[in-house]
Design a protein. Structure first.
Length: 118
């Protein structure tokens, strides 16, 4: 069974940048559609960005132009580059991997905390 482990979270000032990483093990990473989600306190988990096995990307409107999702299949990793961070980006960020071109059913990582505050 595939496992995902996120890293790279932390405390950053507004306007700053962070790069999250999600490492996969236990399966053939390249065939997975991957997504980054986030969940802020008291809010539902929301989809932030996705990348297909073929490299096609999509973003939530709230992060378009600021966040970039990418993947390196040679390293079994997916990344989320976050620029121009805002306090409202504060959340626990999770990666998820799914098969068959969908994330409806998939495997979650444990999450990494991102806090944007001065």
């Amino acid at each position: 069974q595939v496992q995902f482990v996120e890293s790279g979270g932390g405390l950053v000032q507004p306007g700053g940048s962070l790069r999250l990483s999600c490492a996969a093990s236990g399966s053939i990473f390249s065939i997975y559609t991957m997504g980054w989600y986030r969940q802020a306190p008291g809010k539902q988990r929301e989809l932030v960005a996705t990348i297909t096995s073929g490299g096609r990307t999509a973003y939530a409107d709230s992060v378009k132009g600021r966040f970039t999702i990418s993947r390196d299949n040679t390293k079994n990793r997916v990344y989320l580059q976050m620029n121009s961070l805002k306090p409202e980006d504060t959340a626990v960020y999770y990666c998820k991997g799914g098969l068959g071109g969908t994330l409806e059913i998939g495997y979650w990582g444990q999450g990494t905390q991102v806090t944007v505050s001065s």
